[in-house]
Design a protein around this ligand. Sequence first.
Ligand code: NAD
Length: 369
Amino acid sequence: MTKEKNILILPGDGIGPEIMEQAVKMLEWVEENSALTFNIDHDVVGGASIDKHGIPLTKGVIEKAKKADAVLFGAVGGPKWSNVDFNNRPEIGIIGLRKELGLFANLRSAIVFDSLIQASSLKPEIIKGLDLMIVRESTGGVYFGSPRGIETLPDGTRKGINTEVYTSKEIERIARVAFELARQRQNRVCSVDKCNVMESGLLWKDVVTEIHQKEYSDVELSHMLADNCAMQLVRQPLQFDVILTSNLFGDILSDLAAMLTGSLGMLPSATLGVKQSNDVIPALYEPIHGSAPDIAGQGKANPLAQILSLAMMLKYSFNERQISEKIVNACKSVLDQNYRTLDVMSKGMKEVNTQQMGQFILDQLKNVN
Ligand code: NAD
């Protein structure tokens, strides 16, 4: 049975279009080699949208994104738009989309490919085989809670206020995302909070435990304090499968985990929303890196994070695990053959440009399958 999927492609700025071009090659291969067919729509966002429409995110793009089964996003921003009004900057393109689609769950994976193990600052025996996923709540917590602001006190000194707020509903919905994901992986969730010093952390732990008992008792659940988690990520990262955490802790821990892999150009991410009445979960897939204006247009960009974002889309939005794994394996295989873009280049390796890297991965897919 053919499965028809609507995909909105938003390459954005800087290296976005170059790396997206490589990902689209894989999409064409998927269409030829699976029961999926794609209705693909391309549009502009970020600086490219400012150039064309005067604003970084148009209503038209928002509507298309809402109708799509998934959005594949490149990156936005760059010095060309450094003088535009703050509320009209290119980054509003991605911030606005996340808001409009209600994307509350940010999924960031940290994977270490064997052939890039030397890029990590940790010892190979500690990092070998790393494949973890951080599920970060991304629309609540201290970044959005009120009261907030800076007040001047009667004695003339100032006070800065932010408030960590979580409702049980917000915790439940993000916990479900983590448990569902774990079922598709190694079936383990580690929930991270600061319940020893924060009431919101106490509630977090309670609600996660409750949902686990009621709906996900088949998944292994553990709890860890956020400070300990930071230490454990560096000491023994292989102990983790899915880490479930709040906006603030997720922000910090996901950057820490990303750096364990040593290469920004390799890491994909996803943000998910609430399941709609038509059973579609709004989802946006993008590399964790930015638009890298310093290397844009020079063929130096590593397209792997974008290609792996596509692999995530196939797995989590379209439930095509095998095809997704084939793409990941093709990436691994090309790295095993010692091909490298400049960002992960080392002595004795063969340097290739963005387009060549994409083509090698596609050739690998065609040859093996
Ligand atoms: P960046 O991630 O774009 O670049 C950081 C460094 O990593 C640069 O030296 C860059 O050349 C390198 N790099 C990044 N991706 C690479 C890749 N795929 N291959 C090879 N090298 C790569 O971060 P930045 O320089 O701080 O930001 C540049 C612009 O991107 C800014 O305008 C920022 O606001 C924007 N940004 C956008 C997003 C997004 O669209 N989601 C995320 C982060 C930053």
